[in-house]
Design a protein around this ligand. Structure first.
Ligand code: FAD
Length: 471
């Protein structure tokens, strides 16, 4: 403990139960576990010093950004040391000429775009959590967002990273230039969920803002009509910058909280945005409206001002917060299906809700085929968790059977590590294990995450063990 305090300063080492309890959970609301020690470093040198010490002691190390992850990735299921990177939140360099920024891992996503906006630039990946989640956490989970339909996810916008390896050594992966020789280690580290190393600096691409943007709210009688519309827009060769869906259950809660002007009598609505040259947009929007009209929309409304457009997006981006109006808790799933299969799989989601007697809301990146069924429940109801988990599994199975995957953007963590077996053979998983071992031979980095390890460990509350080696 004394050595840890020497490295980061006594204020930034937490061990009292009332302090570490803050870090027992992320946004995967169905599991929790206490870290033994929480350390908040202020620099790469401090991170490296702490990691070296943890490596010597051979205890688990869990990295955490803002803790908004939805897969339990930052829950310390094996206890040990938690490294919280929120103090390392600086935008170190902004280089508009080369359209890049160098940021510390604790920088908040939306702050990067705010800084870039002064130069007419922006950082494209925009998770719904962008006002709180960190770029380090976005890298950890390879986060997506509404506008990733045309711009691509976090991995498409990271050029290079500084990484503290499990040994405490500091290295760089990737490069500032467009291409570089050798293995794509940057690609390996993005999405590795803190299992390979601690990312301590990130070089991100910045994009120039489009000249014009149009946003359409299209509301339909049923989820089926909205799903068919998504499928047909994509089949017509149109790629909007965003195409988000919200069902009637979620819309009612969001409207009551945000007053975004969403209709209250529709089964589902789409928020469709196109960007580009001002002259090209009306034609594109006209074609999208024609496709919507074929499904008897209840409402087609194009935002008439920037203020109205931002209000429509506020409803979408802050929608999850409004879910508290519907139930005391929720389990937010994340699966992907080929877009042509969206109508079929959405029907299956409705069927599963009925079969289990559960209310399921939907708020998701429809253009990507990235579903987010939100199972609403009251944790005090006896036996409810088992039902919620089984219903979720059935939905994810349907995604995989439709040719999709178990996660679009939230990652694997503890939540889905056993489902990795649905997608990968033993040989595939062994190859991933070998990659993990080459970065982290002693297995100290975020153990028990991402890869299946046999039986699921107990992830209910465990007492802090304050391991003797740290006293
Ligand atoms: C309301 C809400 C909306 C959301 N919307 C979206 C969305 O639209 N798209 C989306 O993709 N996700 C979304 N998420 C999920 C979540 O916000 C993202 O996964 C986000 O990237 C997590 O960032 P964080 O800073 O909270 O990371 P954390 O939750 O703290 O960590 C996430 C993972 O990354 C690892 N990690 C964190 N920092 C580092 C680092 N510096 N080096 C190495 N590993 C690290 C952690 O160990 C963990 O495994 C949403 C969550 C909420 C609550």
């Amino acid at each position: 403990m004394a050595r840890l305090k020497e490295i980061v300063g006594p204020t930034y080492v937490l061990t009292r139960p009332e302090d570490v309890v803050v870090y027992e959970q992320d946004a995967f609301l169905v599991a929790r576990a206490l870290p033994d020690i929480v350390v908040l470093p202020g620099s790469t040198a401090e991170v490296a010093g702490v990691v070296r010490l943890v490596h010597e002691a051979g205890v688990p190390l869990v990295v955490r950004g803002a803790g908004t992850g939805l897969n339990g990735g930052s829950i310390p299921i094996a206890g040990g040391v938690m490294l919280v990177l929120t103090r390392m939140n600086r935008i170190v360099e902004l280089d508009p000429r080369n359209r890049l920024a160098v940021v510390e891992p604790g920088a908040i996503n939306v702050d990067v775009t705010a800084a870039a906006a002064q130069h007419g630039l922006f950082y494209a990946p925009d998770p719904g959590s962008q006002t709180v989640s960190t770029i380090g956490g976005n890298v950890g989970n390879n986060a997506g967002g509404p506008h990733c339909l045309s711009y691509g996810v976090t991995g498409n916008h990271v050029l290079a990273m500084e990484v503290v390896l499990a040994s405490g050594d500091v290295t760089w992966v990737g490069s500032r230039s467009a291409d570089h020789p050798g293995y794509d280690l940057c690609g390996v580290v993005v999405g590795s969920e803190g299992t390979l190393g601690v990312v301590t600096a990130i070089v991100v691409k910045l994009l120039r803002k489009s000249q014009a943007v149009r946003t359409l709210l299209a509301a339909f009688e049923t989820i089926d009509d909205a799903s068919q519309t998504v499928s047909e827009v994509i089949a017509a060769g149109i790629v909007p910058t965003a195409m988000e869906m919200m069902d009637g259950v979620v819309m009612a809660a969001v409207e009551a909280a945000i007053h975004a002007g969403y209709p209250q009598d529709a089964g589902a609505a789409l928020l469709i945005e196109v960007e580009g040259h001002p002259e090209s947009l009306p034609r594109q929007m006209k074609r999208i409206e024609e496709i919507c009209r074929a499904h008897a929309p209840r409402m087609l409304r194009t935002a008439a001002s920037e203020q109205e457009r931002l209000l429509l997006w506020k409803g979408r981006k802050e929608g999850a917060g409004a879910l508290g109006r519907l139930a005391p808790s929720y389990y937010l799933h994340d699966g992907v299906v080929p877009r042509a299969k969206l109508p079929d799989v959405m029907r299956k989601v409705v069927e599963v809700g009925k079969a289990y007697g559960l209310s399921i809301g939907n708020l998701f990146h429809a253009g990507d085929g990235n579903l987010h069924p939100i199972i609403l429940f009251n944790p005090r109801e006896p036996g409810i968790m088992d039902k919620v988990v089984r219903a979720g599994e059935e939905i994810l199975r349907a995604c995989v059977e439709a040719g999709g995957t178990i996660t679009g953007e939230h990652g694997v963590g503890i939540e889905k590590r056993e489902y990795m077996r649905w997608m990968f053979s033993d040989a595939d998983l062994m190859a991933m294990q070998r990659v993990k071992r080459s970065f982290d031979p002693d297995g100290i980095m975020n153990p028990g995450k991402l890869l299946p390890v046999g039986e699921r460990p107990d992830v209910t509350v465990r007492p802090a063990m304050a391991a003797g080696m740290w006293t």
